[in-house]
Design a protein around this ligand. Structure first.
Ligand SMILES: Cc1cc2nc3c(=O)[nH]c(=O)nc-3n(C[C@H](O)[C@H](O)[C@H](O)COP(=O)(O)OP(=O)(O)OC[C@H]3O[C@@H](n4cnc5c(N)ncnc54)[C@H](O)[C@@H]3O)c2cc1C
Length: 289
């Protein structure tokens, strides 16, 4: 197996153009498992850990550009106030060792419907920056993930970064697993309140072939908040509406039954997570947080 180790982003793009079959590796927490189980045997591996440009994040007005190689541990430590939903999701990933190595770039590369980094990107309309020697393109994350473990990365491209607005309101991420740590989501749910835009982002994880925006439920709750003037009054949403929101999120789920849970359980559970997440986020909003 050939081992490539570029030392800059430009070198990495040139190496990928010359070796389009090369498998990139950042934290290696997915790649190494695949190699160890012989699920994948690439002719060459491209280690991206020496590319310092992939470890940076920066603010661009009200948005952030977070390079693909920023680890979950750093997102928790450095971006918790700006991206609280992603930081919450990052805390649920694996173990300290996995969070020290694993990256959102790798989560996007794997594109698993259970990827914990993905729903927080969906609810804030993040864009993924892809690079090649031909230039750069940005695609909405909802278009980037095309199916279970499939994305629209071309062989000559690498994931450079994701672009995401800073949180303008409370965010939540909730996950159900068979135990509390080191667990792949049975199902999950991400939520972001966007008070300035009077919008709510909601996304179901691990209950369909890709993460899915719960558009119908979003429209429902946005309508209620507007109609009852709740963004202004900050009064309670009410249990019936919270439950109805959960039921509408359930309609988004299209899960399979597998070793981790049945389809029926996932549908029910995702509705419960949705009602609770909305309640928690709304309580934060009411408290002015
Ligand atoms: C014990 C254990 C527990 C885990 N728990 C969780 C969990 O709770 N939640 C969760 O979501 N995941 C979990 N995972 C999976 C994994 O940690 C995550 O998917 C992580 O985000 C992968 O990041 P990485 O940097 O290690 O990716 P890598 O393994 O380096 O790469 C992953 C994929 O992305 C591709 N890739 C990497 N970088 C680039 C790039 N710049 N451009 C293009 N393609 C690229 C690789 O070729 C590969 O296909 C777990 C894994 C293990 C081993």
């Amino acid at each position: 197996m050939e081992f490539l180790q570029p030392h800059s982003w430009q070198e990495a793009l040139e190496a990928k153009a010359a070796h389009p079959e090369a498998a990139p590796i950042l934290g290696g927490t997915d790649v190494m498992v695949e190699l160890n189980f012989d699920h994948r045997r690439p002719g060459s591996i491209m280690d991206l850990t020496r590319v310092s440009e992939l470890r940076e994040w920066e603010e661009e007005d009200e948005r952030l550009r977070v390079a693909a190689g920023v680890t979950y541990a750093r997102i928790i430590a450095e971006l918790g106030d700006k991206l609280p939903g992603l930081a919450m999701a990052s805390r649920t990933v694996g173990s300290p060792q996995i969070r020290n190595r694993g990256t959102v770039g790798g989560n996007l590369g794997t594109a698993s419907p259970a990827g914990d980094g993905l729903p927080p990107l969906y609810v804030s309309d993040a864009e993924i920056e892809l690079g090649s020697t031909d230039g750069t393109r940005r695609v909405p994350v909802t278009d980037f993930v095309t199916g279970p473990k499939r994305n629209l990365l071309r062989p000559s491209e690498l994931i450079a970064a994701f672009h995401i607005p800073k949180a303008e309101g409370p965010q939540q991420y909730a996950k159900i697993g068979t135990r509390n740590a080191m667990v792949i989501a049975v199902c999950s749910f991400g939520l972001a309140l966007h008070p300035e835009q009077r919008k709510v982002g909601a996304c179901v994880g691990s209950a369909a072939p890709t993460p899915v925006r719960a558009r119908y439920a979003e429209g429902f709750i946005e309508g209620i908040l507007e109609e009852r003037d709740l963004w202004e009054s900050r009064e309670e949403i009410g249990e019936t509406t919270l439950r109805r929101f959960g039921e509408m999120v359930e309609m988004t789920a299209n899960p399979i039954s597998d070793v981790r849970g049945t389809a029926a359980y996932r549908i029910h559970a995702v509705g419960v997570l949705a009602s609770r997440s909305l309640k928690w986020a709304w309580n934060e909003y009411r408290d002015g947080r």
